[in-house]
Design a protein around this ligand. Sequence first.
Ligand SMILES: [Zn+2]
Length: 120
Amino acid sequence: MNSSIARIQIKQSILLRNALNVPRRCMAAKTEDVVTHTGQKWQSDDYRLARFMNAPKQVNKNWAVKLIADVPPREVTERIVWCDGGSGPEGHPRVYINLDKPGDHSCGYCGLRYTKKDCH
Ligand SMILES: [Zn+2]
């Protein structure tokens, strides 16, 4: 009878020790967080970093805003142009862009820029 109680107490102590080890494992996984394209960055002791204990956080360094900014604006002679983002599955609904005001005008869907060429 006493030995069965002793076994139960040993099992309970093992379970308690394992339960107490969980935060230690989380603490051991502290890593520096990577900034995402939205500027999100967590502090090293943030509990949300626990999801990256088994695999590193994957952040794409090729942000779409930077990639589309590298594409030079398309010079056109018309006052109004349309953009569909390139036909096919990579495109978007056709939108018309008015180029009467000076400067670059970007498409609201894909970010391609258009500028009216001076014809004077
Ligand atoms: Zn577009």
